[in-house]
Ligand binder design. Structure first.
Ligand SMILES: [Zn+2]
Length: 410
């Protein structure tokens, strides 16, 4: 039985009980309401992929392809240390804040995973340095385009077994390994974002990560967000409990948790988040590797109502909308309460985002352990490498996050 099977069984059960109609939040077998997802939306994603393939390497920064993460050492800001690890050698950078990272997930049957253990090598989910030759890392495409079809398949196995018997990939996604990479890249503070999947048991990543960070004494380097499932009837109470325990950020994932951000049933939740001063971090837009049935949930216009109706709620739109970044960034620019997590965007796209926003409300994020921290850092450094952009560089790497979370980062 896979996680997905269990998840869909739970949703079927809930759907049969009629609880879903009450909250207005759809289950997984729901039909798509008119206008929610159109042929234009489908074409838009296909066009983005086609354009990206045609235009990669032809943008303002030309070709940026590297032999794995270590290959980034050929850029002026990086080098490798004696052990062959990528290090950042530019000491003019501010202490970087990463608003988008994760730790290893041991869920469902809770396979063995020691979040406090260092392992010899971090095996990123895109394990570019793990093969010989290393995989080619193209910085001018949406980052998940660097996965080969085989690597994607392998990844699916890794993600499934972390709820069953575990695997060595996930067992390397630990606190010491993350901090070692943060030190190598000059990252001072990272937010790790748990996700509640809606499993029948073993679905407590928020609690696991918080207690692991406390046990490791790593609270000065790592902050855990919290996660609730939009379908949990006690979602507002859960949020209150997490806020009372000190949570500053809640992660919601429309494609994994299968909900529309503007679902009417969720409005009291946003209202409460706004009242409590909790930042909402949405996975934003279609990444293109999620199941097609999940893609309707993440179309940018479905995020608009939250931004409109809760002007004092601070909302981070993760991945800058992923493969929907044009529409997502346009939406964000119109809303002072919208922040753009830049993780995943290629350098031509990041250039466009900087031009549209002037660097305002852009936040550095890496999606570790999917990717090496250096992959996003390199893109920021490439696109801000002029004296005119030095303040934009500082804002993306640190300043904007400090504005959003002043009490955490001093
Ligand atoms: Zn993520």
């Amino acid at each position: 039985m896979t996680i997905r099977t269990i998840l869909s069984r739970r949703q079927l059960l809930l759907g049969a009980a009629g609880g879903l109609a009450l909250s207005g939040i759809p289950g997984c077998s729901d039909e798509i309401a008119p206008g929610r997802y159109t042929q234009t939306d489908i074409d838009h994603l296909a066009n983005q992929r086609r354009r990206e393939t045609e235009q990669k390497g032809k943008g303002p920064y030309g070709v940026h392809r590297y032999a794995g993460y270590r290959g980034l050492a050929t850029l002026p800001w990086f080098d490798t240390d004696d052990g062959g690890q990528l290090i950042c050698v530019d000491d003019s950078l501010p202490g970087i804040v990463d608003v988008h990272a994760h730790l290893g997930m041991s869920i469902l049957f809770k396979p063995q995973l020691d979040l406090l253990a260092a392992t010899p090598r971090t095996r990123h989910l895109l394990d570019c340095d793990g093969s010989k030759p290393p995989c080619e890392l193209d910085l001018d495409i949406y980052v998940n385009g660097n996965f080969s079809p085989e690597a994607l398949k392998q990844n699916e196995k890794v993600l499934t077994t972390q709820g069953l018997w575990g695997n060595d990939v996930v067992r390397s996604h630990t606190i010491p390994n993350l901090i070692a990479e943060m030190d190598a890249m000059g990252v001072k503070h990272s937010f790790v974002l748990p996700i509640k999947l809606g499993l029948p048991f073993g679905d407590d990543l928020t609690e696991q990560w918080e207690s692991a960070i406390a046990l490791a004494g790593a609270g000065d380097r790592l902050t855990s967000g919290c996660s609730v499932h939009p379908r949990d009837e006690d979602r507002v109470e859960q949020l209150r409990r997490y806020a009372a325990a000190g949570a500053k950020l809640v992660k919601l994932h429309p494609t994994v948790q299968k909900f529309y951000p503007d679902d009417p049933g969720l409005m009291p939740f946003y209202e409460e988040a706004q009242r409590l001063g909790i930042v909402v971090f949405f996975h934003g837009g279609r990444a293109g590797i999620e199941p097609e049935s999940s893609q309707p949930f993440a179309v940018p216009r479905h995020y608009a109502r939250v931004l409109d109706d809760f002007p004092r709620l601070q909302v981070i739109l993760g991945h800058a909308g992923a493969r929907d970044s044009d529409a997502m960034v346009d939406l964000a620019v119109k809303h002072q309460n919208a922040w753009i997590g830049i993780h995943g965007q290629g350098i031509t796209s990041l250039e466009r985002i900087i031009e549209k926003t002037g660097g305002e409300r852009l936040l550095f994020g890496t999606d570790w352990p999917w990717y090496h921290l250096g992959a996003t850092l390199a893109k920021v450094l490439i696109t801000t490498d002029t004296p005119q952009r030095s303040s934009i560089r500082d804002a993306i790497l640190q300043g904007n996050a400090k504005t959003l979370f002043p009490e955490l980062l001093g």
